[in-house]
Design a protein around this ligand. Structure first.
Ligand code: SAM
Length: 272
């Protein structure tokens, strides 16, 4: 039986499995980390393509099935546990010591998509790319450009660490059981260096979050509530202009470069 609470929607379509594996660009020199192997359909494809595969599965009931399906592949390791509680640096050091590059490839449990992806990106693991099946709506937010309705702090966080690319939209019929949301495969090419210079990453992301706190409000009003007091609020507009940003604009129109400049100007003025 399937555990809905664990986001168990298993892939049954060979075509889509091949598409996911191909999008990662794996070969016999590379490693793959799979999150949530389920009953091993994707794991087996990865085993046939990569030099080493590590798969992390939380549901103990699936372990005997995985052991049987993956028995022919000595270079596949199944780890039991919650990927969010795993020390990924340790996993990389022990499992992927002998490979040139590593990809994360997964049909993710949708209830933890964002925490999983943000951890993979923020941990700055030596990853080449991340190819994942996720909810279509989340994929669209991750890949969104400034000025569009899907653009928000998730777009900026993902695009700061990677270059997202929608691989394909996926019909519900490729899963058992069928999820009640639409799905898509997205590829995140992990950046070696950020696209802009950011002085203080924590401050940068706080400015981004504050700017989207209330989408209908201007950047000026959103920043006022988070960073300014009665005493210093007169300095906000000049600081925005110094960063080259019209105070009446909304957060959703600002590019990553503009947020980086804004964060730098605020920091320089001692506002954090
Ligand atoms: N890879 C399989 C496939 O494509 O058919 C299964 C994908 S299913 C959408 C998600 C899998 O992730 C399930 O096997 C579920 O038990 C597992 N899972 C859910 N939460 C997890 C977590 N926190 N850590 C590791 N695995 C998890």
């Amino acid at each position: 039986s399937f555990k809905k609470s664990l986001g168990q929607n298993f892939l049954i379509d060979q075509n889509i499995l091949n598409k996911i594996v191909n999008a990662a660009g794996l070969d016999e020199t590379k490693g793959a980390l799979e999150i949530g192997p389920g009953i091993g359909a994707l794991t087996e494809k990865l085993a046939q393509t990569a030099k080493v595969v590590t798969a992390v599965e939380i549901d103990q009931r699936l372990l005997p099935i995985l052991e049987e399906v993956l028995a022919p592949y000595e270079h596949v390791k199944v780890r039991h546990g919650d990927v969010l509680k795993l020390d990924l640096r340790e996993v990389f050091a022990s499992d992927f010591a002998g490979v040139s590059k590593v990809s994360v490839v997964a049909n993710l449990p949708y209830y933890v998509t964002t925490p999983i992806l943000m951890r993979l990106l923020e941990d700055k693991l030596p990853l080449e790319n991340i190819v994942v099946m996720i909810q279509k709506e989340v994929a669209e937010r991750m890949a969104a450009s400034p000025g569009t309705k899907d653009y928000g702090s998730l777009s900026i966080a993902v695009q700061y660490y990677s270059e997202p690319e929608l691989v394909c939209i996926v019909p519900n019929t490729v899963f058992i059981p069928q999820p009640n949301v639409e799905s898509a495969v997205i590829r995140l090419r992990v950046r070696e260096v950020p696209p802009v210079e950011v002085v203080d990453e924590q401050h940068f992301f706080e400015v981004v979050h504050a700017s989207f706190a209330q989408r209908r409000k201007t950047i000026s009003n959103n920043l006022k509530s988070r960073f300014f007091t009665k005493e210093n609020r007169d300095t906000l507009e000049p600081l925005l202009l110094q960063a080259g940003i019209e105070p009446s604009r909304r957060g959703e129109t600002l590019s990553i470069e503009e947020f980086a400049r804004l964060s730098a100007v605020l920091l320089e003025a001692g506002i954090s």
